[in-house]
Ligand binder design. Structure first.
Ligand code: DQA
Length: 142
């Protein structure tokens, strides 16, 4: 089985109750289950994590770099301002795919900047849980 990190940033632990009109009603646990189920069918072992801490996310990205594993990353708010997360993401030698549940480009202007897009293999935004599943599909096809 090919191992894949799926790393999630701040406030994504509140999915389900957080702005459901924007993020939908699924909890992060339900998104994780959908990814694990997809992985079972497509021979991908999912290591799914969430943190509200910038330093923890940096450490996880360094771990992915050190183990040469691919990363599906939803940096959440860190997307828009964290040079530390971007620099750690740039260490990843294997494939890095940026995902977002919503489409930040359809939202407030401060969300239009991504520090991650320029170093990601690609970005998938706006499809809810399907953004994650499309990223897994993209990884499987590489
Ligand atoms: C998000 C979009 C970000 O702008 C926001 O800060 C989030 C979630 C998304 O998945 O749509 O927390 O990354």
């Amino acid at each position: 089985m090919a191992k894949v990190f799926i790393l999630n940033g701040p406030n994504l632990n509140k999915l389900g109750v957080r702005e459901p009109d924007i993020y939908g009603s699924l909890t992060l646990a339900e998104i994780e289950q959908a990814c694990v189920d997809y992985g079972v069918v497509h021979n991908q072992e999912i290591d799914f994590r969430q943190t509200n801490s910038e330093s923890e996310l940096v450490e996880w990205l360094q771990e992915a770099a050190d183990t040469d594993l691919p990363v599906i990353l939803n940096p959440a708010a860190f997307t828009h301002y964290s040079v530390a997360v971007r620099d750690a993401a740039a260490l990843v030698k294997s494939t890095l795919i940026e995902v977002h549940i919503s489409n930040p480009l359809k939202r407030e202007e401060f969300r239009h900047t991504s520090l991650i897009s320029g170093i990601a293999k690609g970005s998938i935004t706006g499809f809810g849980v399907t953004s994650y599943l499309l990223a897994l599909q993209a990884l499987a096809s590489l």
